[in-house]
Design a protein around this ligand. Structure first.
Ligand code: FAD
Length: 315
């Protein structure tokens, strides 16, 4: 696992940005079958079916239309259109309040465009927030690589003026995140705390798992102690248990915070927590642009890579 962390993980994570590998993999049917474990499907109807399943099992959902790092304004507009259509579909569900959410990535909405990227991403997010509010669906903005954080938090701060329930993600592996937690715990925000999934330099991120885990616990404590709505996005039993204990310590009501996990990962644990009366949300990605997401999931767990390689060889 040390070798995986130091050598393979950075290579795989950087490969997420490679167009050539992406195109090749998207043509491989066998890859798609492995991808099915982590992605609900390529179409909106696949996403809607996965929502129905999750709601039927007592889980809340957040839906991610896959895509990132767009350098084309038309593509960014197509992403907005996909979210508007998805929201229309989601508004048909009879779901408990707060059970429906979409997650979006600013780089899919234009943040990296060479001209007016920030402005376009903000306008696109504003459009989606308006449609989501009308459909009774929450919105959370995902965290991407460290170079995008300042602008993202700035956009979220601005849009929260109009949509206070707009949430965002903080990544515990970044050295700055405790400070960000202080800000967003005080202002009553919806914050999803995760460990962080991108390959980052040690200058900005903790390089070792043990340090990341310690940072996660410090950040979690700040959020749980605060007045916001913490969303504990982790499959790690240590983090899950710590969240339960902190909720008791700080006298939190059961539905004043929630657990979150990814589609296809520890589904049994998602169900166990929900059955025990905890709020649990599952992050469900769908769409054709699954490559970057898929590669980050492979990089998180050496066993996934073995599973993928075996499928490639035997397929
Ligand atoms: P880990 O210590 O990595 O894993 C703990 C255990 O969980 C493992 O032992 C294993 O049993 C299981 N597990 C974890 N990952 C996998 C996997 N891929 N396959 C199979 N089993 C696995 N990251 C971002 O950078 N930006 C985001 O916006 C973002 N959003 C997220 C939203 C949600 C709801 C969740 C759950 C995660 C999100 N992440 C995001 C990913 C996150 O940063 C981690 O990379 C990921 O969750 C793994 O960390 P962990 O806390 O689960 O702990």
């Amino acid at each position: 696992s040390a070798l995986f962390d130091s050598v393979l993980r950075p290579v795989i994570t950087r490969a997420a940005g490679s167009q050539r590998i992406k195109q090749t993999s998207q043509r491989l049917p066998v890859t798609e079958r492995v991808v099915d474990r982590f992605v609900a499907g390529e179409s909106e109807s696949d996403a809607l079916a996965a929502i129905a399943d999750a709601l039927g099992s007592g889980l809340s959902v957040t839906i991610d239309h896959l895509g990132e790092d767009t350098t084309d304004e038309t593509q960014a507009s197509a992403t907005v259109a996909a979210y508007l259509s998805l929201l229309q579909g989601m508004s048909q569900f009879e779901a408990p309040p707060g059970a429906l959410e979409v997650s979006l990535k600013l780089t899919a909405l234009g943040q990296c465009l060479p001209r007016h990227g920030r402005k376009i991403a903000e306008e696109n997010t504003h459009t989606i927030c308006g449609a989501a509010a009308a459909a009774g669906v929450l919105v959370t903005v995902d965290a991407e690589d460290h170079g995008t954080v300042d602008e993202r938090l700035d956009i979220v701060r601005t849009l929260r003026g109009e949509y206070p329930e707009l949430g965002t993600v903080l990544q515990a592996y970044l050295r700055r995140t405790e400070d960000d937690c202080q800000e967003f715990a005080a202002s009553g925000a919806r914050i999803r705390l995760c460990k962080g999934a991108y390959s980052e330099p040690a200058s900005v991120a903790y390089p070792e798992r043990s340090l990341i885990d310690e940072a996660y616990l410090r950040c979690l404590r700040i959020l749980m102690k605060g007045t916001g709505y913490p969303m504990v996005a982790s499959h790690d039993p240590t983090m899950i248990e710590a969240a339960e204990l902190m909720a008791i310590e700080f006298g939190r009501e059961p539905h004043s915070w929630e657990h979150q996990m990814l589609y296809g990962i520890r589904a049994d644990e998602q169900q166990r927590l929900a059955t025990a009366g905890h709020a649990v949300r599952v992050y469900i990605p769908y769409g054709q642009e699954w490559y970057g997401y898929f590669v980050r999931r492979l990089a998180e767990k050496p066993a996934n890579l073995g599973f993928f390689l075996r499928a490639l060889v035997s397929g």
